[in-house]
Design a protein around this ligand. Structure first.
Ligand code: NAI
Ligand code: A1CAB
Length: 281
């Protein structure tokens, strides 16, 4: 279903590059089938063309009119100006995928003034290594085939979960932002290893293999994390001593608050952007 489809990215930043890298490495999408536009940064477009062989475009209207799939990948704050640029070019038989945090599908449908199929997606940057966790929901005018195409695109780059739109902000707070939490944990572990006397160049491989090994154990054994944790935790041993310290800092509570705050921020972004737009009209 994906072979021969053409893609147009509006916004050529981090998530665009992660998706381009992922899509090309699947072998199903050819560089010539990916067009990309950015706002006033020719250097970035040149880099993407030279490195990935994809096609930079200046004329967004004509690129939007020609693509099978249009992927909105600008910051949420830039959505209205982007929609303005695309109005009149997009047709009802195209698929729009928005990866924007906080932006509801209805805003895009109404902004384009068209009964156009929109899929709101929340992938993460691990698209680049085909290990994204992506949440998807369908807009008002999206049929099962169109949702299926979006799911296929992201399934090529990892795991896909289809849910109600009301849950997309929570997906953003959990797995959209999630890689950053994990990288932050890795940073903290590396520094902690150094603090305990292990040179940084040795701490890093120890931490990375611990991370990958634990993820693989979770995936391959199918055991719940608490069971695997208990297998490491000897009574009155070293792990218990370490976990007691984490509990003193309310580790689980901190993580819960982080995901909740990121979820709220996603909702807030959508609300603020709509309010600002209404105030300007
Ligand atoms: N970075 C991440 O890990 C993830 C980001 N997202 C979402 O993806 C979107 C983009 O995020 P990033 O790639 O990190 O941002 P970024 O700032 O790296 O890239 C956005 C790009 O869009 C361009 N842009 C803005 N308005 C435009 C327009 N009208 N036409 C063409 N290009 C335009 C900007 O010049 C910029 O280069 C955001 O809405 C974010 O919520 C979603 C999942 C993960
Ligand atoms: O930080 C952000 O707003 C975006 C959305 C999910 C990941 N990065």
């Amino acid at each position: 279903m994906l072979e021969g489809k053409t893609f147009f990215f509006v916004g050529a930043g981090n998530i665009c590059e992660s998706m381009v890298k992922g899509l090309l490495s699947t072998g199903t999408v050819r560089p010539g089938d990916i067009r990309v536009s950015n706002r006033s940064n020719q250097e970035r477009l040149n880099f993407l063309r030279n490195y990935y062989g994809i096609v930079p475009v200046d004329n967004k209207k004509s690129a939007a009119g020609e693509a099978d799939v249009i992927i909105l990948a600008m910051k949420p704050q830039d959505i209205y100006s982007a929609l303005q640029e695309l109005t009149g070019a997009v047709k009802e038989n195209q698929l729009i995928i928005s990866v924007l945090a906080g932006i509801p599908t209805s805003l895009i449908e109404d902004g384009l003034g068209l009964a156009v199929p929109v899929v709101r997606a929340m992938p993460n940057t691990s698209c680049a290594v085909l290990e994204s966790a992506t949440g998807l929901c369908a807009g008002r005018y999206t049929n099962q085939d169109q949702l299926g195409l979006a799911a296929e695109i992201f399934r090529k780059m990892g795991e896909v979960v289809i849910l109600e739109e009301t849950l997309l902000d929570a997906v953003t707070g959990l797995s959209g932002s999630g890689p950053a939490y994990i990288y932050y944990l890795v940073e903290a572990l590396e520094k902690a290893g150094e603090n305990a006397g292990i040179p940084r160049e040795l701490a890093r491989p120890l931490v990375l293999k611990t991370l990958v090994g634990a993820a693989k154990m979770l995936l391959e054994t199918g055991e719940p994390p608490e069971v695997l944790r208990q297998q490491v935790t000897s009574p009155n041993g070293t792990t218990m001593a370490g976990i007691n310290e984490l509990n003193k800092g309310n580790f689980q509570g901190v993580i819960r608050r982080a995901v909740l705050r990121a979820t709220q921020r996603s909702r807030e972004l959508g609300r603020i952007i709509v309010e600002k737009q209404c105030a300007q009209q």
